[in-house]
Design a protein around this ligand. Structure first.
Ligand code: NDP
Length: 264
């Protein structure tokens, strides 16, 4: 299937590992030029280099912490300078949390608000005007099934991801007159290095291997009985970016192996 994405420009936050990297690779395989940001400079520059080498696309790696408004502004300016704007924006960077509402400080809430919500607000303001100039585009938010079905140990994650879903809906209504389609993807369990690191820590010195520990989590939660690969999630992102998804506007798409326990 020709997805009609060749020579588009995609901006991906957190494109250096995990789901963001899989999205960057899948888009580059479609001939999309990419701009990635992440905090770890060495890794984001190395990923950009490997995408250039492997797919022959233009790839810009920018070290930036998107929880900081100045870094988001600088990232947007570098995209403008390098590519003259963007056609696609994937707000992917984010991370889990662990706290109780009673014990978490205001600062902790504020950090996750900046990371999960304000980064998306600021990048929309920075990049939507160029999408409009270029005839339209697509903005995708990587939220989580936790936006709807909360996990008990991470209330701040659940709340800020839920806010991101509502932001996405509001932005979709505001930008569709300019042919910019905005949607959200809510993944379930996705096997990324972060999950593996946590599992190794939790099983160190115990009778269970980290692989068996993760396998049990999948079997206990997702009817499909396994984690998704980042590539399986990336496939949905790429489709939603493409003109093949031309009637997909303002929606939230779950990709969770059946984990969501409701029909909405
Ligand atoms: P990873 O931890 O594997 O990767 C996160 C990426 O974001 C890295 O490139 C990281 O690079 C970057 N990043 C993190 N914080 C910042 C920041 N402040 N500024 C810039 N870049 C940042 O995460 P996943 O691939 O697992 O998750 C990606 C998204 O998917 C997240 O939003 C997550 O909430 C969501 N998700 C993940 C699920 C899962 O099971 N894995 C399930 C549902 C949703 P660096 O550290 O160098 O900054």
């Amino acid at each position: 299937m020709d997805l009609g994405l060749k020579d588009k420009v995609a901006v991906i936050t957190g494109g250096s590992v995990g789901i963001g990297l899989a999205i960057a690779r899948a888009l580059a395989a479609e001939g999309v030029h990419v701009a990635l940001c992440a905090r770890n400079q060495e890794r984001v520059l190395e990923v950009a280099r490997s995408l250039r080498d492997e797919y022959g696309v233009r790839a810009l790696g920018v070290p930036a912490d998107i929880s900081r408004s100045a870094d988001v502004e600088r990232f947007g300016a570098e995209v403008e300078r390098e590519f003259g704007g963007a056609d696609l924006l994937i707000n992917n960077a984010g991370t889990g949390s662990e706290e109780t509402v009673m014990e978490a400080s205001d600062e902790r809430w504020q950090y996750y608000w900046e990371l999960h919500v304000m980064a998306a607000v600021r990048l929309a303001r920075a990049l939507a005007p160029s999408m409009q100039r270029r005839g339209g585009g697509a903005i995708l938010h990587n939220a989580s099934i936790c936006a709807t079905q909360p996990l008990g140990y991470e209330p701040i994650y659940n709340v800020t991801k839920a806010a991101l879903v509502m932001f996405s809906k509001c932005l979709a209504n505001e930008l569709i007159p300019f042919n910019i389609r905005v949607n959200t993807v809510n993944p379930g369990l996705v096997m990324t290095p972060d999950w593996q690191k946590t599992a190794k820590l939790l099983t160190a010195g115990k009778d269970i291997s980290w692989e068996a520990y993760l396998d049990q989590i999948a079997k206990d939660n997702a009817p499909i009985g396994r984690f998704a690969t980042p590539e399986e999630i990336a496939n949905l992102f790429v489709f939603l970016c493409s003109p093949r998804a031309s009637y997909c506007v303002g929606s939230t798409y779950y990709i969770d192996g059946g984990w969501l326990r409701t029909t909405t």
